[in-house]
Each structure stands twice: as structure tokens, then as C-alpha cells.
Design a protein around this ligand. Structure first.
Ligand SMILES: *[C@@H]1O[C@H](CO)[C@@H](O)[C@H](O)[C@H]1NC(C)=O
Ligand SMILES: *[C@@H]1O[C@H](CO)[C@@H](O)[C@H](O)[C@H]1NC(C)=O
Ligand SMILES: *[C@@H]1O[C@H](CO)[C@@H](O)[C@H](O)[C@H]1NC(C)=O
Ligand SMILES: *[C@@H]1O[C@H](CO)[C@@H](O)[C@H](O)[C@H]1NC(C)=O
Length: 285
């Protein structure tokens, strides 16, 4: 009898150790979970039996909803998944979904996400209209701040991470989202925002110079425009040097992986099998 229990236990432990952890996927702006079908299919092909939650809420137009609303709603769903899987899960977000995913980790520090993969997400903000023109065809880059840095503009997701290097004072006074989650404005939530990221085993930031949508592309790795339109890499920005959200601490512990892949357009990151094979699968163990 005891041997049987022991064998059952051994099998259970074996399965836990060998099974791949569940994976949560979050789509980008103006699409839904079908857009991540290729990534999901490839994970199942290479890691058969993986439980995958390909979140389908806030698809299409509702992806433009205010980001705090999306973070809170999707965050509850992700926490339900975490509770169902005490062994831990991995989280991958694409584009705007990568920013939402990161902020879910900060807002719900009780999460048990192990590895977080940000696939070309505007983590330090966005100042370029290439994808905006799908939604607002006539919008001029230089005038966009007037729309986004207003109470109405802050009702849209894009307004929440619009980071105009020429209107930083307006960014800091109007943006209700990005300067807070990046701890550029310190509040009584800032410490929690840090704790939620420091829990990770790995934060993986994937982006590249031929993205053509995330502008500057370095935003996918927490770099951004400096005062005069020059690019400041993550390692030279306050968010890293002052360890505002834990990036430097993660880096010192070798838990921050920065991956730059040239030749990939923004709308190809999630449709290119070799991206999944070369840069994503190894984190989904
Ligand atoms: C999208 O989500 C729905 C509802 O959860 C699910 O039935 C469907 O399989 C998902 N699509 C993909 C491609 O994962
Ligand atoms: C945090 O600050 C907000 C707004 O300033 C306030 O409403 C809230 O009560 C504070 N929470 C705590 C735990 O101090
Ligand atoms: C940016 O402006 C500062 C101060 O005006 C100047 O010292 C610096 O050289 C400029 N950087 C670039 C890349 O133009
Ligand atoms: C797919 O990704 C690889 C790099 O992993 C790149 O060399 C190739 O050009 C990409 N293909 C497309 C169609 O973007």
C-alpha cells in the first residue's frame, strides 16, 4: 500500500517537474486572440500538453479602452488563472498587450508568474503615428498631444501611453497611466509596482530596429527619446539607474534578458515561427 502511494507521489512529482508550465497570452491593439494563434500552435507543437490561456477580452475596438480598466479586468482573469495553477505560469504579451501584461504584474503583486515575455511592447511610451493612422487617419504627430493630453484623451489606451518628448510637462500633468506605472511619479503604490516585477524569475524584452511602429523602437526595451529627440538607452535612463521599477535589480541577478532582433516589422513578431523557436520557447519551461 505504502509503495503504491509512494509511486503515485513520484509520478505526480515527475509530471510537475517535466510538464511545461501553463502559458497566458495577451493580444495587441485592434485585434483579438486569433492574432496569437500561431504562437499558441507552435507552443503546443513543441511543448505538447501545455495549458494555454489565450485571453480574448478587449479585442477590436475595445482594445482602445482606458488602460487602467483593462489592467484591472484582465488582471482579475490572470489572477484566477494563477490561483488555478499554484505551480506558477508564464505570461507573454504582444504590443499593447505587453504593456498591459507588465502592469498587471505590478498591480497584482500576489501573482505567481515565473517568466514574463514582452514582445515588442511600448514599455517606455509611444511617439509615432504609424499604427494610430489605422484608427485616426488624419492625425498629425505634432498635434496628437492636444488630443491625448486631455481628459477625453485619457479615456483611450493610446493616450495612456502617449509620451511626447516635446511636451513632457503635459505628459506629467495629464497622463494618468504611464508616468505612474513607470514610477516617474511616486505615489503610495510605487513600492507595490516594484515588488510585482521583482518577483519574476525572468523579464524578457524583445524588440528590434525595424519594428516601424513602436517609436522609438527602443521603447520595447525601456529606452526612449531624451530631451532633444536623441535616444537614451534603458541603461542610461532614470527608470534603470535609479531602479525605479526594479529593472536594475533584476538585471544584477541576471533576470533581465534584452533581445534585439533586426529585420522584423511590428506586425510580424507574432507571425514568425522562428521568433517563437529562437527567442520564446526556451522561457516556457
Ligand atoms: C480565443 O478565445 C476563445 C474563448 O476563450 C477560445 O475559444 C478560442 O480558442 C481562442 N482562440 C485562439 C486562437 O486561441
Ligand atoms: C494612497 O493615496 C491615495 C490618493 O492619494 C489615497 O486615496 C489612498 O487612501 C492612499 N492609500 C494608502 C494605503 O495610503
Ligand atoms: C541635447 O541637448 C543638450 C543640452 O541642450 C546638449 O548638451 C546635448 O549635446 C544635446 N544632445 C544631442 C544628441 O544633440
Ligand atoms: C522571421 O524571423 C527571422 C529571425 O528569427 C528573420 O530572419 C526572418 O526574416 C523573419 N521573417 C519575416 C517574414 O519577417
Amino acid at each position: 500500500m505504502h509503495t503504491r502511494i509512494a509511486i503515485a507521489l513520484l509520478i505526480a512529482i515527475f509530471c510537475i517537474c517535466n510538464g511545461h508550465k501553463p502559458v497566458v497570452l495577451l493580444h495587441g491593439i485592434m485585434t483579438g486572440n486569433e492574432s496569437l494563434g500561431l504562437i499558441k500552435g507552435r507552443i503546443l507543437e513543441k511543448h505538447p500538453g501545455t495549458v494555454i490561456y489565450n485571453l480574448d477580452r478587449f479585442a477590436g475596438w475595445s482594445s482602445l479602452d482606458n488602460l487602467w480598466f483593462q489592467v484591472n479586468e484582465l488582471g482579475k482573469d490572470v489572477m484566477d488563472i494563477c490561483k488555478r495553477h499554484p505551480e506558477g505560469v508564464h505570461l507573454l504579451g504582444y504590443s499593447q498587450g505587453a504593456l498591459i501584461s507588465r502592469v498587471i504584474l505590478q498591480t497584482f503583486p500576489q501573482h505567481n508568474v515565473i517568466n514574463f515575455i514582452s514582445l515588442s511592447g511600448p514599455q517606455a511610451g509611444q511617439y509615432g503615428t504609424s499604427f494610430l493612422h489605422i484608427i485616426f487617419p488624419g492625425l498629425a504627430l505634432k498635434g496628437a498631444f492636444e488630443l491625448f493630453y486631455s481628459h477625453v484623451g485619457q479615456h483611450t489606451s493610446v493616450g495612456n501611453y502617449w509620451n511626447d518628448p516635446f511636451h513632457q510637462e503635459l505628459y506629467f500633468s495629464y497622463s494618468q497611466f504611464l508616468p505612474f506605472v513607470n514610477n516617474e511619479i511616486i505615489t503610495n503604490k510605487s513600492e507595490t509596482f516594484r515588488v510585482g516585477l521583482l518577483k519574476l524569475n525572468k523579464m524578457v524584452l524583445i524588440g528590434g530596429p525595424d519594428d516601424n511602429v513602436i517609436t522609438p523602437w527602443q521603447s520595447s526595451q525601456f529606452g526612449y527619446f531624451g530631451d532633444n529627440d536623441s535616444i537614451v538607452e534603458m541603461a542610461n535612463r532614470d527608470i534603470y539607474t535609479k531602479d525605479l521599477i526594479g529593472l536594475k535589480s533584476l538585471d544584477k541577478k541576471k533576470k533581465l534578458d534584452i533581445i534585439t532582433v533586426p529585420g522584423i516589422n511590428h506586425f510580424m513578431w507574432h507571425l514568425n515561427i522562428s521568433i517563437v523557436d529562437n527567442y520564446i520557447l526556451k522561457y516556457l519551461n
